[in-house]
Design a protein around this ligand. Sequence first.
Ligand SMILES: Nc1ncnc2c1ncn2[C@@H]1O[C@H](COP(=O)(O)OP(=O)(O)OP(=O)(O)O)[C@@H](O)[C@H]1O
Length: 583
Amino acid sequence: MRNLIKTVKQIGRLSAPYWIRSEDRAKAWLLILADVALMVLVVMANVRYNKWFLDWTNAFMLSNYALWKQQLVLFLAIAAALTLSAGLKAYIEGWLTVSWRNWMTSRYLDDWMNNHNHYRLQITGNSTDNPDQRIQEDINLFITNFITYTLQLIQQIIMFAIFLMILWDLSSAIPLFLGGTDWSFPGYFIVIALVWAFLTTFIVHKVGRRLVKLNYNQQRYEADFRFSLVRVRENSEQISLLRGEDVEHESLMVRLGDVIANTFRVVSRMMKTLLWNTGLSMLNGLVISVLLGPSYFAGSIPGGYGAIMQISQAFQTVLTAFTFFQTSYVGLATWKAVINRLSDFLDSSRHSEEILANSEINITKHALDEIRVDRLDANLPTGQLQISAKDMVIKHGEKVLVKGKTGAGKTTLFRVIADIWPFGQGSLRMPEDKKIMVLPQQPYLPIGRLVDAICYPEPAEKYSRPAIEQALRDVDLEKFVPRLDEVAHWNHLLSGGEQQRVAVARALLYNPDYLFFDEATASMDEPSEEVLYTMLLDRMKDATIVSIGHRSSLQKFHDRTIVAEQQPGGTYRFVEEQAALKY
Ligand SMILES: Nc1ncnc2c1ncn2[C@@H]1O[C@H](COP(=O)(O)OP(=O)(O)OP(=O)(O)O)[C@@H](O)[C@H]1O
């Protein structure tokens, strides 16, 4: 019961924003109401069709030509109603699904992108596996299942309401003789239906509840497998160069193995659940006939066999409504797994926001044109202290080199300054209204036109074509000027050094006040790096440039050097290196 309440709450949490607060809600309600109206029409047409069948047979039996003609016209009307309703219903449901999916996906994308949540979810190794799959697949599954099961439930409720009255009346008209005693009481058919439904649902739930967890894992294993395939595709050159195909094949087979092994578990559990489900559903048809058998054979049922048939039909209909959860168990278990995955995603996003809100790294804006790290103890996401700094100032226009051993935490320092690393304590002051840009060692170039990759994340229209072409010439990529509109996967197509040049062209266009270079020229040969730095310092005389670099040749382009000094506990402290050479 607690689980049921929790699930209903989860469904409410996932669906309420669309149905109650979204700007699409009026349209959504109209569509679902139209769908329900069509469903009622279909139910009524089906009921009428049952009666038509009797009249049609009678027309033949009685050789009644007029009745035959009348029933033929009636049939065409029923068939037209059923056919049109089916088509219209499918269209309305499709329309609703697409609208809802569009709205919900965009909201989840907001959550994911907001305040760098996607990054924090990744670096904290949060329990949310494959958020991409949750956004792309689970939302769609949630919505289609929501519509299917809600409509089924409404249909069952309508049928239930119609037949419940019939069953109530029959309960008082028909005695229930068992062992010579009449056990009937007002509404006893309904109570029997309820008890039977509870019993069967309980049994099927006991057998099938593991399906939820198994389906949850199935989604995860499928997504892991797909992601591994994508990683092979993304890194195919390195894999080829390292002759890593066998290892990749083996590791893909391991992923596939997880999928297959879990599929077997799902199938086996599904089989057990379906066995119970089908067996008990078969018994549904017998329950009432068996119970009323003694009364019937004792001749104490008014209406005889006809009455038994009538009760059976009404009982069966009410029971179908009561046993909705039992008969739909396998599908509902799959839906519940999807609900859990989406709820976990929302929880993780909230948790990630909390990490940010509770961060003790306090970054404020100040009027001075300089970056001040008053004090900083930055941790790993695990809480372990990684780097510290005190009274570090980077002034307007300065060119600062940051050096230190591999893994010392230089990039972490940049992350803190860029305000994407909330782990630790400290106080930083950043200049107000100044443009800051961080260029990493491996620039991200989105798939698309080269011009878009250069201008990213700004739209290409922000800069004039001549300015973009000039930036390419400045970074010695003139040969790509004619290819600016070519669509490609530029991270795959350009050499490492060329990609870094594209990133420098991006910086030239963006023209930041503070430019952070995280080994952003490390893939270039030394002479090229020197030419590039000379050009950059010339173009961005006013800008503050902070570079992380290992090469000593970089020293002459900087005014001073900050070094990550190892501390006794294995952590690093950023301190001024006195012997820095001047440019
Ligand atoms: N998300 C994370 N989870 C756990 N450890 C991390 C995470 N990110 C970074 N680290 C660890 O923090 C340390 C510092 O990493 P960082 O990238 O800042 O070093 P770096 O000085 O820039 O190194 P390099 O010169 O090799 O680029 C490394 O030991 C790294 O393994």
